[in-house]
Design a protein around this ligand. Structure first.
Ligand code: TYD
Length: 145
């Protein structure tokens, strides 16, 4: 896994992004601005929380959606798969985000107790944007390559 830099493209356009951190004895503050720290408009925000030990989230890819994932609290692992190869990334800092691009299958697991995954998304929720069947995703990806 690459070290922390401002923006590292490491897998099918997916990027690790440093998020500004304003340190303060009263507590730290981080912020994200659309089309600055991330290269898309934010149309939707959602978050995963109260994830039971051993549970997995994700298990799908998107046709057009880009997302930024942040471990706002605790940690979890993200497995990225383009249909040919895969990488695994651990997110465990509220000042680091992972941009996941379209046509990348993602699975989230190994959630720590109390972990919260914040997601900033480029589009509203649209079930027709999902690939939820891995074989169909893989065939669609192969046609694009
Ligand atoms: P899903 O995207 O599969 O969850 P995850 O990838 O985080 O494991 O969504 C789970 C359910 O929640 C599914 O029924 C669709 C619904 N959902 C919405 O209604 N709006 C949303 O913004 C999201 C992300 C999911």
């Amino acid at each position: 896994m690459p070290g922390l830099e401002t923006r590292i493209t490491f897998f099918r356009g997916c990027q690790l992004v440093d998020i500004p951190k304003i340190t303060d004895p009263r507590g730290n503050l981080s912020f994200i601005e659309a089309n600055s720290h991330i290269d898309f408009d934010i149309e939707r925000v959602y978050y995963l929380y109260d994830v039971p030990a051993g549970a997995e989230r994700g298990g799908h890819a998107h046709k057009a959606l880009s997302q930024l994932l942040i471990a706002i609290s605790g940690s979890f692992d993200v497995r990225l798969d383009d249909g040919l190869s895969e990488v695994r990334v651990t997110l465990n800092r509220p000042f680091q985000g992972l941009i996941i691009r379209p046509m990348v299958w993602r699975e989230l697991d190994n959630f720590s107790s109390g972990a919260v995954c914040l997601v900033l998304a480029s589009h509203h929720y649209d079930e027709s944007d999902y690939y939820r069947d891995y074989d169909i995703f893989q065939k669609a990806g192969a046609q694009l390559r």
